[in-house]
Design a protein around this ligand. Structure first.
Ligand code: FAD
Length: 371
């Protein structure tokens, strides 16, 4: 008989939801995380009384009422609505592309005028089969929106010219013909009151958590400590990189405390020019309507990923997809190991999707166990 029913590797949202649900079912759990804190990428660090989103700005949004109700058990959410701005040279635009953006670009006031403008720009280019991201974006929104608001940002994000990026990265570009700056279309949206750590603390209440603990440093011991392992780390590392390393894009966050109460008047401002090295500037206090005398500002710099950097965005191209498939085939056959979360599934997930995916795995797993 092993000491725990479940060893959960990773205390991000996936691991925390799984641990909570297993604990609720009377199972003993040990959660480990190699970082010095729980919460994974939603962790917030308190600086000058402000919750700083340490791994990038996180806005919770969902259309799924069950998931919204699920998180409300642990924390209430404020009424933050994500309205992102874009700076291009000395011009400022509202995002996502909507009637405000079109007014700022062309002075068009009526939807018909904006539609006609986009249509005429697209028709002039006459792109039938886009062969790269640039052509794809141009064929969807025309050159003005593309040049000022998409091109530079995307090239910084991916670290290469848009003409060298595959068209599939941009499948659709949502264009709204209403004066609506709300970034998300979802029914529910907000920031946990008190920050994301309140959510994680609620999920992990009553569960043993060991931080600064890397599974791979004591793998044998950890495999023998519990009957089941829930693994939310990198799947290629779990299998000793036997089919090669999966690739990611990484980010560098430059954060500073400023001696002003309000630096940019908004939580997120995108910088869409290629020559500005960062993609976004985050002013964290605006997520929670902070009114203190100081502010904390983060500049987000996309960067190449190497194994010592944080893996943020999977590169789901044909090559990596094929490598991942080989790992997935092994994972499908693994006994007493459940793989889940963004790193084990090599997939970008929003928070509500991760929670949904963890709850589904919980349901499938426990209905099989209890059958
Ligand atoms: P993680 O949070 O990464 O947790 C995995 C944990 O496993 C980590 O804590 C890690 O330290 C630990 N771990 C890994 N390997 C080991 C090991 N060997 N031993 C021990 N521990 C290990 N979603 C939204 O809904 N809205 C947003 O606005 C939003 N913004 C985002 C912005 C950025 C820049 C990024 C990158 C993501 C954003 N997301 C957003 C997505 C969100 O971050 C994820 O959905 C969520 O954090 C994934 O949770 P997870 O548990 O899968 O992974």
């Amino acid at each position: 008989m092993k000491k725990y029913d479940y060893l959960i590797v990773g205390s991000g949202l996936f691991g925390s939801v799984f641990a909570h649900e297993a604990n609720k079912r009377g199972k003993t759990c040990l959660v480990i995380d190699k970082r010095d804190h729980a919460g994974g990428n939603v962790f917030c660090e308190k600086v000058e009384g402000i919750n700083v989103h340490k791994y990038g700005p996180h806005v919770f949004h969902t259309n799924d009422e069950d998931i919204w109700n699920y998180v409300q058990q642990f924390v209430k959410f404020n009424h933050f609505v994500c309205n992102t701005l874009a700076v291009y040279k000395d011009e400022m635009y509202n995002l996502p592309f909507n009637m405000n953006t079109f007014y700022q670009l062309w002075g068009t006031r009526k939807p018909e005028e904006a539609k006609a403008k986009i249509q005429s720009q697209k028709e002039a280019l006459n792109i039938k089969e886009p062969s790269n991201l640039e052509e794809q974006a141009l064929s969807l929104v025309g050159p003005d929106v593309y040049e000022k608001l998409i091109k530079g940002y995307t090239e910084k994000q991916w670290g290469r010219p848009a003409t060298e990026l595959p068209a599939f990265i941009i499948k659709r570009l949502p264009v709204r013909f209403t004066y609506d700056n709300n970034y998300f279309n979802d029914k529910y949206q907000g920031i946990p009151i008190g920050g994301y750590n309140v959510l994680i603390d609620g999920l992990l209440e009553g569960i043993e958590v060991r931080t600064n603990t890397d599974y791979f440093e004591n793998r044998e011991e950890f495999d023998n400590i519990a009957d089941n392992v829930v693994f939310t780390g990198k799947i290629d590392q779990y299998y000793d990189f036997q089919f090669g390393q999966l690739e990611y894009r990484s980010l560098r966050f430059d954060t500073e405390v400023m001696d002003t109460d309000n630096y940019q008047g908004n939580a997120v401002v995108n910088y869409t020019e290629r020559d500005v090295p960062y993609t976004r500037v985050i002013e964290h206090k605006h997520f929670e309507f902070g009114t203190g005398p100081k502010t904390v500002v983060t500049k987000e710099h996309p960067q190449e990923w190497t194994s010592e950097k944080e893996p943020y965005y999977p590169v789901n191209d044909a090559k990596n997809t094929a490598v991942f498939k080989q790992y997935q085939d092994l994972a499908d056959k693994a006994e007493n190991v459940i793989f889940g979360g963004r790193l084990a599934e090599y997939r970008y997930y929003d928070m509500h999707q991760i929670i949904g995916s963890a709850l589904k795995k919980v349901k499938d797993h426990f209905s099989a166990v209890e059958a």
